[in-house]
Design a protein around this ligand. Structure first.
Ligand SMILES: [Mg+2]
Length: 203
């Protein structure tokens, strides 16, 4: 069984990083506790809001990548895959550079460095077989198909809704505890604990 997993906001969590980066730029009131979605909506209400939002993303996924934290429950899931002998690959849609990033940080390298530091590629750690960073969503979906993933886990419904998504691959959507569950040609779960139990049902 090959299990494919998305990277941003499925394995790597950035909500707190978005808050810190937006406050540092004075784009968010100091008292705000908002997560990624609230910040996006706040910025889009400002002058040049769409550009601000893209700049912030470039900084968070690049220079500030070391501040990301694993999404709750992902570590337990990966550890279980290892003990069960399931191969795990990470397949991510990620551009090579962030938009409007003056530092020209290489986003794929930043993500790999973070993964290495967390033990993703360590056979005694999470033992992830490979990570693929595809510059386009079509590339990501083609990769999932070419690898023959039996299961794919993603926080974005759009990935599962793409007509090119491989029909034979089981689609598990990580909705997140704060959001409502999604509805579509996929199973939607509030968190990793529920995804763990769906993939590894109690005997
Ligand atoms: Mg994602």
């Amino acid at each position: 069984m090959l299990i494919g997993i998305d990277f941003d906001n499925t394995l790597a969590g950035y909500d707190h990083v978005f808050v810190a980066a937006a406050k540092a730029r004075g784009w968010l009131p100091a008292a705000s506790l908002g997560g990624k979605r609230e910040i996006r909506d706040t910025l889009r209400g400002l002058a040049d809001g769409e550009r601000k939002w893209m700049e912030l993303q470039g900084e968070v996924y690049g220079l500030r990548m070391p501040e990301a934290e694993m999404i709750d429950g992902a570590a337990r899931f990966l550890a279980r895959c290892r003990t069960e002998g399931f191969r795990v690959v990470v397949v991510s849609h990620k551009t090579e550079f962030g938009h409007f990033d003056p530092t020209r940080t290489r986003l794929h390298d930043a993500a790999r460095t973070w993964m290495t530091a967390k033990g993703f590629f360590d056979p005694a750690g999470f033992a992830v077989a490979e990570a693929f960073f595809e510059p386009t969503r079509e590339g990501k979906i083609a990769r999932i198909g070419a690898l023959g993933c039996g299961v794919f886990i993603d926080d974005l419904e759009e990935v599962f809704l793409d007509p090119g998504f491989p029909a034979a691959c089981r689609r598990l959507h990580l909705a997140g505890a704060a959001a409502g569950l999604g509805h579509g040609p996929f199973a939607s779960y509030p968190g990793w604990a529920e995804i763990h139990d769906a993939v590894f049902p109690a005997a």
